[in-house]
Design a binder for this molecule. Structure first.
Ligand code: EPS
Length: 377
């Protein structure tokens, strides 16, 4: 583990705090590098009232000097604009004793021996992903120095499927970035928006599937020699840790289980003196090691558990069956989750890159990368 990070903070507390440790010195970094991804995470058709309040911006409080990383831990702060609406209520709010099915409410309350759900939901909230995205943006900044870029798109919302775009095509990426549901074409956009509208109409929520692709990843990141060094496993853990993610696939994922061996792998051929692959079903990873192909990670996000239509639950104070309660929520946050997925993939790849090519400065890492690439047959 070359990099490590931690976040702190609650959804309706004063701010989110993050520390990223292990970045080499000399990586160019400005608050604007973080601002764009923070903005992207806040977009998406189906977001709720909270996003009208927040306008995320990360302050860099340490580890950067004159626009470059120093090698020291990078300290970040993102203000919660909703805080002034909550700050005087800490001792006034009634106890919450009705857990929402699907949220961390019940499990958290039992685990920490609490009699109020509020502290659980405050920390379990996906608000925390704003800080993940800021940290991921720093990881992306490092990766960009080595020509590695990370893209994402939404593949499905509910049962509505998008036609996947080719994310290696800049024109497609431009359309995805302009799309309210992170898809590449107007028909898909219409289908997915209609699915969100239908959920909204029935006072419900919807999940879906997104894809993150990392282009320009050199071979040799990760390892097959030990379980916890396998990069596919590390990517899966990182992406699965995003709120509400219930499945992660690398490359063909579940579909690989349906194919014959001769139809499931990526044949090789020599073209103009270079070894090339006929397909990328493995999603850029064989044996837990990057093979030089784009790294493809897909994830399934379950629907948000705070639903306007009540779900059956129990009031823990009375032991009575009651309907779940509702104040507000997003109808669908799959487009946002795709941006968060980019951040997690960026972090894992940056960590693996520094592990293999380690160095205390960007120049040192660069020398190691260049020497390795020059040594490849
Ligand atoms: C969330 C509930 C909602 C979301 C929030 C995650 O917040 P609130 O309870 O204030 O309406 O908007 O997401 C964010 C604040 C964010 O920045 O993404 C939850 O329970 O996980």
């Amino acid at each position: 583990m070359a990099l490590r990070w931690l976040t702190a903070g609650e959804s309706h507390g004063p701010c989110l705090t993050g520390i990223l440790d292990g970045m080499p010195a000399g990586v160019p970094l400005s608050p604007d590098d973080l601002a764009r991804d923070l903005w992207r995470r806040q977009q998406g058709y189906g977001r709720g009232g909270r996003m009208k309040i927040e306008s995320d911006r990360a302050e860099i409080l340490g580890g950067v000097w004159r626009g470059r990383t120093t090698g020291g831990p990078i300290a970040l702060r993102i203000e919660n604009r909703d805080w002034p609406n909550w700050k005087d209520k800490e001792y006034e709010l009634p106890r919450m004793t009705v857990p929402r099915p699907g949220h961390a409410d019940l499990a958290g309350l039992l685990k920490y021996g609490l009699d109020d759900i509020r502290p659980v939901l405050e920390r379990a909230s996906a608000r925390e992903t704003a800080m993940r995205v800021a940290i991921g943006a720093i990881a992306k900044r490092l990766l960009a120095e080595f020509g590695i870029v990370i893209r994402s798109q939404v593949l499905q919302i509910g049962t509505a499927k998008a036609t996947p775009g080719d994310l290696s095509d800049p024109a497609v990426v431009e359309r995805v970035e302009a799309s309210s549901v992170r898809v590449a074409d107007p028909e898909s956009e219409e289908r997915l928006r209609a699915a969100i509208d239908a959920a909204k109409e029935r006072h419900d929520t919807l999940g879906g599937v997104f894809e993150v692709v990392a282009f320009g990843v050199m071979p040799g990141l990760g390892s097959y020699v030990q379980w916890d060094r396998k990069l596919d496993g590390r990517l899966a853990q990182a992406v699965m840790s995003i709120h509400a993610i219930k499945a992660v696939a690398i490359g063909d994922g579940f579909v690989a289980g349906e194919r014959y061996g001769t139809e499931a792998h990526d044949g090789m051929t020599m073209r103009r003196g270079r070894l090339e692959r006929l397909t990328n079903r493995a999603g850029g990873l064989e044996g837990g090691v990057t093979n030089g192909q784009p790294v493809v990670v897909r994830a399934v996000k379950k629907p948000i558990s705070t639903t306007a239509t009540p779900q059956p639950t129990v009031d823990l104070a009375t032991g009575q069956d009651v309907p779940s309660q509702y104040v507000r929520s997003d109808v669908c946050a799959v487009p946002a989750a795709a941006v968060i997925g980019e951040a997690m993939v960026a972090y894992v790849l940056a960590d693996a890159l520094l592990e293999k090519f380690g160095g205390d400065s960007l120049d040192e890492v660069r020398r190691h990368v260049e020497a390795f690439l020059a040594s490849l047959p």
